[in-house]
Ligand binder design. Structure first.
Ligand code: ZN
Length: 275
């Protein structure tokens, strides 16, 4: 296995969400020699899109993804996703990450919720394509099927891509997947589905799964502190043709969000080399 290329480390701003504004995160990346950043839209709104674009450009950072679009259960989903596409376009983001939403309030109809995801993506896909913004469906761990995303495996996400006409053979993929190790590491079909994804892998998110884990959303581990075979998964992803960034995304209320963010970035750099 080849080691991870340190030039491919990107910071998902969720990792330092409680400590830094987006401006501070951009400057932090530059200071620590990271070449990629993936902002969340709440932080982007705080800073303002224009300022963010100019600050990111002045530090010559790549935007490895914008988090997030989707949430098709929300009442204003269409307008919100249109805004997200515009923002991703302005940032020249590699993709807009879609967290598709779970069950609508009061509903137990999971199959219908999944059909609806396909309908909603089919509605925004032409607009995203016209804006040159690839959409990346991020399957979430099944524990979050009800409240955050009813797309829970890579296979399901790729079935959606197939159904919406994106087979990964076109030169520029308009609809693909975000592979987040935290959500998919357990999947017995992971290797097979990464292979199937091929060029449709649009983003690769890393962290670690702590055992035991104390919170299903906000207790992610630093690479190397948990049980995910990170080097193996990265090799599968790269073997499928993905040559993009490795975006570190750690939600960690009790640990990493409590630390000095410069220390967090320093450790991210060290640990990335082991993934
Ligand atoms: Zn992710």
């Amino acid at each position: 296995m080849t080691p991870a290329d340190p030039a491919l480390l990107s910071l998902n701003t969720a990792t330092v969400k409680s400590q830094w504004t987006l401006a501070q995160a951009i400057e932090g990346c530059a200071r620590h020699g990271l070449r990629g950043i993936a902002p969340w839209r709440d932080k982007l709104a705080e800073l303002g899109l224009k300022k963010a674009v100019s600050l990111i450009r002045s530090h010559d950072l790549s935007v490895t993804g914008l988090c997030r679009g989707g949430f098709f259960t929300a009442k204003d989903w269409l307008e919100d996703n249109r805004r997200a596409i515009e923002e991703a376009h302005a940032l020249e983001a590699d993709c807009l990450v879609l967290v598709v939403g779970g069950l609508p309030e009061g509903s137990k109809d999971l199959l219908r919720a999944r059909e609806r995801v396909q309908e909603c993506i089919s509605k925004i896909l032409p607009e995203a394509r016209a804006a040159g913004v690839p959409l990346a469906i991020e399957p979430l761990h099944p524990m979050q099927a009800a409240d955050r995303a009813c797309v829970n495996t890579l296979e399901q996400a790729l079935d959606l891509c197939d159904a919406l006409g994106e087979d990964g053979r076109s030169a520029r993929c308009a609809l693909g997947v975000a592979v987040d190790v935290y959500h998919v590491w357990w999947d017995p079909k992971l290797e097979q589905q990464i292979k199937r994804a091929g060029k449709r892998v649009l983003a690769y998110h890393i962290c670690d799964w702590l055992a035991p884990t104390r919170d299903l959303a906000y207790d992610r581990g630093m690479m190397g502190d948990g049980i995910i075979e990170l080097a193996k998964i990265r090799n599968w992803v790269e073997g499928a043709g993905y040559a993009g960034f490795h975006e570190v995304e750690i939600f960690s209320e009790r640990d990493w969000w409590q630390r000095d963010p410069d220390e967090v970035l320093r450790i991210c750099r060290e640990r990335h080399l082991l993934t």
